[in-house]
Ligand binder design. Structure first.
Ligand SMILES: [Zn+2]
Length: 110
């Protein structure tokens, strides 16, 4: 079955006196619309691609989380801490080093 796009065909079939006249060749060459089944399968494809993209993003996120560097703040003196990984100096102990991104959750001597 071929579904004809009536909206596109209509202006070509309107005569000067306001009546409709359509030829066989106009029907044969009429623009078509996608069937509901095709449209639904396209929507399914898009949903599957979205699910795959979400899964890939989550895998990347989990991988990045596993690979996050860990460090600790080494107190040099009051209000002067040094990142154990990159040596960045801070006045306060943040949860993450703003310079190298290390999570500052290591304890004790390393
Ligand atoms: Zn650092």
């Amino acid at each position: 079955m071929r579904l004809i796009d009536a909206d596109k065909l209509y202006p070509d079939c309107m005569t000067k006196d306001g009546t409709l006249a359509i030829s066989q060749s106009q029907i044969a060459n009429a623009p078509t619309v996608e069937s509901e089944t095709t449209r639904l399968s396209l929507i399914d494809d898009i949903r599957q691609k979205q699910i795959s993209a979400d899964k890939a993003w989550l895998e990347g996120y989990e991988k990045a989380k596993r690979e996050i560097p860990h460090g600790k703040w080494v107190e040099l003196r009051s209000y002067d801490y040094k990142c154990s990984l990159c040596g960045n100096s801070m006045m306060d102990k943040w949860n993450y080093c703003p310079d190298c991104g290390a999570q500052m959750d290591l304890q004790g001597e390393e």
